[in-house]
Design a protein around this ligand. Sequence first.
Ligand SMILES: *Cc1c(COP(=O)(O)O)cnc(C)c1O
Length: 213
Amino acid sequence: MIKDNYGQLKKEIGDAVTLIAVTKYHSIDETLEAYDAGVRHFGENRVEGFLEKREALPEDAEVHFIGTLQSRKVKDIAGHLNYLHSLDRESVAKKIEQYSENAVKCFVQVNVSGEASKHGLSPEEVPGFLEAMESYSKVTVIGLMTMAPHTEDESEISAVFERLAALRDSLRTGNHGNIQVEELSMGMSNDYGIAIRHGASYVRIGSKLMGSR
Ligand SMILES: *Cc1c(COP(=O)(O)O)cnc(C)c1O
């Protein structure tokens, strides 16, 4: 089942876009089933689930933390973290600097839609935040992440992804050192097609790959 889903998704998405399997609602067995099908990138949004899946997965699997991370919990996962998709506070960068041995690839989370319920910086706050990140050698900013609003309105979703891509375009001219704003983490089960049309390079897919919970 997961194998069929993965084959279908790979065919659609191609090799240029990295597919992250979001396993937050699924068991270790199902996560390993995805690994056996060929998935090598895994996403979790809670510390416990992250550590549990990391432990179970072979070493060549890369693990992404995609949820809000409290700064006091950074030390629990810092040694295992390949990618962080939710960087939006300097306190988290400070803890990464303190506890991580290797540089962590980070996406700055941007709240493009401006919904109060969503985490992330406003687009206007991002340039100043990137400047602050220059002091953290263990933080490698590789791009921007956003979540689209829950809506059936494709044009509204499109507009959000388009704005993130435009923000990336405006910021990449300033790339230097540990600040490399190139990648776009956007798109989930319901909107990855739209996200890819707007230049997503990482998509985070849960239910469409792993099955609904
Ligand atoms: C759960 C989650 C996803 C995957 O959601 P699906 O709709 O199941 O694909 C992607 N990104 C984040 C940040 C999530 O929390």
